[in-house]
Every structure is written in structure tokens, then in C-alpha cells.
Ligand binder design. Structure first.
Ligand code: ZN
Length: 277
């Protein structure tokens, strides 16, 4: 049997895409509802940001707590992953929700340029955030925006700062970081297999490249990420009506590669996470 494909749904994101697509869920109740529909469509992992009422991003632990509780109540077994990205605040604010013990949290293991700013992750900060995740038994998803971040993650797993096996996400198509480029993607996958044979990985393509990365990830035995955080369109002329619509498209694509969307239990086993309570 082929490896089931874990479909991550990144429901909201950190840039004000709801201005461009009103389907982006902003309030906690909208987020729970949107996640539930995506779960029913085949997503087994939810990647989460929370917003203030004016739409700006926050790392407010109370909001995260309500969102996590809502998803756990309505989506049995779904893996909950919080973002500790740069728009959740500055410095240690970015880790404020980790003590809530979500299943996973994102962890960038290096710095790079983003469309209009520097995505800054100093070595000491990375160590601090990784230590916080380890303390609360939260599995990191390593966000790889360039090759050095992959090497850094392997180094940290090797000396115990990260508890393995690694789970890595290759992010391609962010302006000023690594573009969507097939030889680079192949090299990422080959390098991860060489340095961390027990690692799992997800391919994430931003904007119009989302679907391209789905094909590449499915072909190579990886996992995929979709959702309105990364892409607000179904195609050039059509706004995505919901997160669920993007998940359904990804789930349908799995069959073309002889794979099926992972159930929450399968996804937990693949990532080495404990079974849901
Ligand atoms: Zn995110």
C-alpha cells in the first residue's frame, strides 16, 4: 500500500487576504466552522493563526485556546498546529501559545527575506523556541524557506534540541525566498532523505503554485498543504469558495497518484504523534 497523504489545511494565515477573499475565516467561530468543513473534506492537520477583530494578527493565547478547544470538540483526532511565525508578534511573544500544548507548532530554523520584510529568526531565538516546544512536548514542523534551514534542523535533531523524527515543510514560491523550481525541490527531498532518512515532509506552494507542489509531493511520497492562507483562488478567474473546496481538490488529486488522504489516526502514526485522547 502507498503512504497515505496528510493534507494540511492552513485556514487563515497572517496577511489580510480576507480583503481579497471573504471566505477567509477570521473570528474563532468562523475558524472552527471552516476547519470542520475542511476536516470532513479530508484534512487531518490544521495550521492555525488567530486574528484580532480588526483582522490584524495576534498571538493571544486566549484566542488560541478557544480555537484549539473548538477544533478538538468538532474534529475528533485532527492534528492541531499553531504558527509561531513572525506575524504572531515579535520575540518571545511568538511562543505565547506553545504552553497550550497543541500537537505541533511551526518552527523556522533560519532567516530569509519575505516579500516586504526580513523574516528574522536569530540562532538564540530558534534555540529558545525549540526548547519551549520540547518542554511542552509539542512537535515542531520545520519551515524550510531555504537550504540552510534544512541543515540547521538536522543539526538540532542530532544534538537533541529537537526531538525526532523530524517533520519538515518545504515552502516554495514566497517572493524573495526560494521560488517554485523543480531541481531545487528534488534536491531538498534527496538531501532530507540522505541526512534524516526517518523524516517526513510536506510540500507547500504559495499562490498560483499551490497545485504544482501538490503534484510534486504526491509523486514523491510526501504530504501536502493547502488552504486560504496560501492561495485564495481555485484558478486564475475563480476565488476559492472555502478551505473545504481547496481540500477537496487536493483529496481528489491523491487518487491520481494511487494515494488516499490520511485519516487523523494515520496522520498521527506517520508523524509519530500520540493517538488522540
Ligand atoms: Zn502560517
Amino acid at each position: 500500500m502507498t503512504t497515505p497523504c496528510i493534507i494540511t489545511v492552513a485556514i487563515t494565515g497572517s496577511v489580510p487576504t480576507q480583503r481579497d477573499n471573504p471566505a477567509v475565516p477570521v473570528t474563532v467561530s468562523e475558524q472552527v466552522e471552516s476547519t470542520h468543513a475542511a476536516f470532513e473534506a479530508g484534512a487531518s492537520l490544521a495550521h492555525l493563526h488567530v486574528r484580532n477583530d480588526d483582522g490584524s494578527t495576534t498571538s493571544d493565547p486566549d484566542k488560541f485556546a478557544r480555537l484549539i478547544a473548538g477544533i478538538r470538540a468538532h474534529c475528533p483526532g485532527m492534528i492541531v498546529q499553531v504558527s509561531t511565525g513572525g506575524r504572531s508578534g515579535t520575540g518571545e511573544e511568538r511562543g505565547r501559545m506553545v504552553p497550550l500544548k497543541p500537537d505541533m507548532a511551526s518552527l523556522s530554523t533560519g532567516s530569509c527575506n519575505f516579500p516586504t520584510r526580513i523574516y528574522e529568526n536569530a540562532p538564540q531565538f530558534i534555540d529558545w523556541l525549540a526548547g519551549l516546544m520540547k518542554e511542552h512536548a509539542v512537535k515542531p514542523e520545520i519551515e524550510v524557506f531555504d537550504l540552510s534551514m534544512l541543515f540547521k534542523a538536522v543539526e538540532m535533531a542530532g544534538d537533541g534540541r529537537i526531538v525526532g523524527p523530524l517533520h519538515v515543510q518545504f515552502v516554495m514560491g514566497v517572493k524573495n525566498a526560494v521560488p517554485v523550481d523543480r531541481p531545487t525541490f528534488d534536491f531538498y527531498v534527496e538531501t532530507l532523505r540522505r541526512l534524516a532518512p526517518d523524516a517526513t515532509w510536506t510540500g507547500a506552494g504559495i499562490g498560483r503554485h499551490q497545485l504544482t507542489l501538490h503534484h510534486w509531493a504526491l509523486e514523491h511520497g510526501g504530504h501536502l498543504r493547502t488552504g486560504l492562507e496560501d492561495n485564495i483562488r481555485l484558478d486564475k478567474d475563480t476565488l476559492a469558495p472555502s478551505n473545504a473546496a481547496l481540500v477537496k481538490r487536493a483529496a481528489d488529486l491523491c487518487a491520481k497518484y494511487g494515494r488516499h488522504p490520511a485519516t487523523p489516526a494515520e496522520a498521527r502514526a506517520l508523524l509519530g504523534l500520540p493517538a488522540a485522547a
